[in-house]
Design a protein around this ligand. Structure first.
Ligand code: ATP
Length: 233
């Protein structure tokens, strides 16, 4: 479904992603793990058009999207659930959800809105509140639901557990597992390597802007180098 070849990303002429290649098949959940600053988020941002690729290519369902604009990429079916939630703080919960469906013209948006509130009852309870007043965990649920409102073919999650209490982190991962079970294709960037590897089918390990290991999530989880450097044992 998604194919990234020899991707390079630079900021102000300084290259931080040095030729990354990865694939995501339809229905798969793929995790990108590795230390801070290894280039995982930059890779995700290049895929959804938030930062330009300075080299390489990205194709989605057979179409080259390397130079496509962010809105064209959303319309093609790629949605990002961004790091730090980035809900629209002054808009209500329901308005945030509607913004997620901004590119849609089909008549099923209201039904999807209702489905999202069934899936996240807290969002139904808080539907008229300003999104900025929600707790961090609630904002994460809103950001996830807003991303799903686009009916993405693939959903990219950038650090969904960042800054959340352990109990909330567990509930975010339960939610991701439900989304995976719904058949949504997932590409996930996570600092919490253990939880990411428990959820994912396959994973790529990033170090200093390069992929240094890839394989089945279970294989990476049991690899001594990964265990020592990223899983704390
Ligand atoms: P993190 O978990 O911290 O987000 P990451 O693996 O996702 O780590 P990136 O955020 O992609 O890594 O960062 C890769 C490198 O690019 C880092 O050295 C970072 O400081 C740098 N970088 C990221 N965003 C920018 C930017 N907007 N301008 C300049 N440098 C940036």
């Amino acid at each position: 479904m998604l194919s990234v070849r020899d991707l390079k990303v630079s900021y102000g002429g300084i290259e931080v992603v040095h030729g990354v290649s990865l694939d995501v098949a339809a229905g798969e959940c793929v995790a990108l793990i590795g230390a801070n600053g290894a280039g995982k988020s930059s890779t995700l941002k290049a895929i959804c058009g938030l930062v330009p690729a300075s080299g390489g290519s990205i194709s989605f369902e057979g179409n080259d999207i390397t130079r496509a604009s962010g809105h064209a990429i959303v319309r093609a079916g790629i949605t990002m659930c961004p790091e730090g939630r980035q809900v629209f703080p002054q808009m209500s919960v329901i308005q945030n959800l509607r913004m997620g469906a901004y590119t849609r013209t089909d008549p099923e948006q209201e039904a999807d809105l209702s489905r999202m509130m069934d899936m996240f009852p807290i969002l139904r309870e808080r539907q008229s509140q300003a999104a900025g007043k929600l707790s961090g965990g609630e904002q994460e649920m809103l950001a996830i639901a807003r991303a799903l409102m686009a009916r993405p073919r693939i959903c990219l999650f950038d650090e969904p557990s960042l800054g959340l209490a352990p109990k909330i982190v567990a509930s975010v991962f339960e939610t991701l597992a439900r989304i995976k079970a719904m058949g949504v294709t997932i590409l996930l960037v996570e600092q919490n390597s253990m939880m990411a590897l428990n959820l994912a089918d396959r994973a790529y390990l990033f170090e200093a802007g390069r992929i240094v290991m890839e394989g089945a999530a279970g294989t990476l989880r049991n690899h001594p180098d990964v265990m020592r450097a990223y899983l704390g044992h």
